[in-house]
Structures are given as C-alpha cells and as structure tokens.
Design a protein around this ligand. Structure first.
Ligand SMILES: Cc1ncc(C[n+]2csc(CCOP(=O)(O)OP(=O)(O)O)c2C)c(N)n1
Ligand code: SF4
Ligand SMILES: [Mg+2]
Length: 315
C-alpha cells in the first residue's frame, strides 16, 4: 500500500466509535464478527450496509434487536449486489435533490453468498459499474446452515457435504479465485485482507471507499465450529494462514497486482492445517496425496502472484 493511502498508522489512530455493537449472537471467537467490527470502524461518513443471509445476518439482526448502528438492509442470499446497486442509485438521486455528496454503500456477505449463490448479482453490479464496496467475509463454507462446502472451501477440508472418510478425503475441488473473477470485470480496486492484520484491513476498506466505482474486498474470517479449533485461536489461525502463504494478502489496483504482506520465509503449511480439526485426516498416510495437492495449490498461487507483480502487467 503506498504511503498516501495509509489512513491509520497505528491501532491508536482507529476511530473509537463502534458501528458494529457488542451483544450480538455470533459464536465466541467468530472471525466474521472481528471482521465486521474492524471494517465498520473504517467508514468515512453516512453508510448503508447490505447483508445477505448467513451467520452474520442471523446473529446480528434478530428483531427487535440489532447490532448495527448504521442503516442496515437484510437481503436474500442471492441478490446482495443487486440490492446494493439499487441503494447506490437511489442515494445518488436523493443526494442530487438535497445537494448532498457523501453516502457509501457496503455489502457484507459470506463466501456462500459471494462465491456461489450471489455471484451472478455481483458480476452484474461490477459490470454496470456502481459505486459500491463489496466485502466478502470468507469462512470457507456455508456455516450458518451447518458447515456445507462452498466454492471457497479449499481442497481437503472436511465439511458436512464433503466429509472425510472412506469414500472421499474431504473436499476434492480447488477453491475459486474470487479476486481473479472480480478483476476480470476491469474494476478499479480489488484486494484480500485478513483479520490477523487489522491495520492492513481497515486501511484497505478506507482506501476502497475513496475510489469511485465498484470495489471488492476478500477477507479471511476463521470459524470456530466450522474449522474446529478453540475460540481463543481465531486470530492466531488467521495469521498462520498469511504466514504460510495459504492466504496471500495483496491488492489489485487498475489491474496491477501488489503483494502487501511479503512472506519471504513461509512457515510450513502444516502449522496452519494442524491447528484445525477440518484438516486432521490429511495427516493420515492414505491422504498424503491430498496434503500434497493442497500444498501445490498454495505454492502455485503465491508464485503466480509474485510473477504478476514483477511483470507489472495490468490484468
Ligand atoms: C436461496 C437460498 N438458499 C439457501 C438458503 C439457506 N441458507 C441461509 S444462510 C446459508 C449459509 C450462508 O453461507 P455463507 O454465505 O458462507 O455465510 P456464513 O453462514 O458462512 O456466514 C444458507 C445455505 C437461503 N437462505 N437462501
Ligand atoms: S458458526 Fe462460525 S461464522 Fe457462524 S457465528 Fe459461529 S464462528 Fe461465526
Ligand atoms: Mg461462509
């Protein structure tokens, strides 16, 4: 991130206001809750949040209670980006009539609602070029309905619809590349971030809001029961995801890749995997090939990003 785009240098610079309030019903240690708290600290003025069904929605908006201190729209699973497009355009007209300028619209959606079910609506919004920030909190499965595999679930992870056992050793397909899909729409800004690196995350949110047009952020948000680890481990596991190159932290500005967290000496991927029950079967001898496939996918992805950055070619 270049120096002119750093809005918050230290945690002390973060606004003290909490736009995502405590008292919600997310699990203790929920990565998505940490993401929401940080992300909405970085808003720059009046903001509308559009949130499709998922853990965050069911846990934060049960009438008559709400954890949201900003205007909040709950939408169906498949249409968050379409609804957000409408909100953006409506605000534009209202602003014109009232002579106002600023009003941001942020979608906050899970991986199921983004990689799979809401992908068509997202593609449409990016192609039409609405001025919105779409943020996917990625816990790598459909958690709210009982941990079903999604297009964001990695190879080898056990979920209730890709159970590790005698028939299959966890999910057999690779994780979709959400940022590549977003960038293919020629949007001005797309980036990844992890809750383990809060300043990088909040600065990216703020930077994205300053850019006119559609922006996409992909935020890794570990899930306690879905990934199977103790609640106190959420941030450590998210950090291991970055330090092992499992989840590269980078941004793509007008098509050009920049790796924000250079992991020169990655920790062994096993450190990240062994911390979670969903990968425990990968350490049985008969599943060694799955572990290798996952390691290969991780390394290939990192090398691809390094080459793209070095080439300076705009995607
Ligand atoms: C069209 C439709 N299909 C299925 C559901 C049931 N459903 C509600 S939440 C959810 C899982 C959401 O997964 P994700 O978007 O990853 O969010 P998470 O629960 O993991 O936070 C599902 C399948 C629904 N509400 N609408
Ligand atoms: S199931 Fe996972 S994503 Fe859902 S509230 Fe619990 S920790 Fe968060
Ligand atoms: Mg999910």
């Amino acid at each position: 991130m270049s120096s002119q785009t750093i809005f918050y240098k230290t945690p002390k610079d973060l606004p003290r206001e909490e736009w995502f309030a405590s008292g919600h019903r997310l699990c203790a240690g929920c990565g998505a809750g940490i993401a929401a708290r940080l992300i909405f600290k970085a808003i720059r003025g009046p903001t509308v949040v559009v949130n499709p069904t998922g853990c965050v929605e069911v846990s934060t908006s049960c009438y008559p209670y709400t954890a949201w201190k900003i205007p909040y729209v709950h939408v169906a699973f498949e249409n968050a980006a379409a609804v957000a497009s409408g909100v953006v355009e409506a605000i534009k007209i209202l602003n014109k009539k009232r002579g106002r300028k600023l009003h941001d619209v942020i979608v906050f959606a899970g991986d199921g609602g983004t990689f799979d079910i809401g992908l068509q609506a997202l593609s449409g919004a990016l192609e039409r070029g609405h001025n919105l920030l779409y943020i996917c909190y990625d816990n790598e499965a459909y958690m709210n309905t009982g941990i079903q595999r999604s297009g964001a679930t990695p190879i080898g992870a056990a979920t209730t619809t890709s159970p590790a056992g005698k028939v299959i050793p966890g999910k057999q397909e690779r994780k979709k590349d959400l940022i590549a899909i977003a960038v293919a729409h020629k949007i001005p800004y797309a980036a990844t971030a992890s809750i383990s690196h809060p300043l990088d995350l909040v600065n990216k949110v703020r930077k994205a809001l300053e850019i006119e047009g559609p922006k996409v952020l992909h935020v890794l948000a570990p899930c306690v029961p879905g990934w199977r680890y103790p609640p106190s481990e959420t941030v450590r596991i998210a950090r291991l995801a970055v330090e092992t190159r499992y989840f590269p932290v980078y941004e793509v500005e007008y098509g050009r890749v920049k790796i924000n967290i250079r992991v020169k000496e990655p920790k062994p991927l096993e450190e990240f995997l062994k911390a979670q029950g969903r990968f425990s079967h990968l350490f049985r001898p008969e599943n060694a090939h799955v572990l290798e496939a996952l390691k290969k996918a991780v390394e290939e992805n990192w090398e691809r990003l390094v080459k793209l950055e070095e080439s300076g070619i705009a995607l």
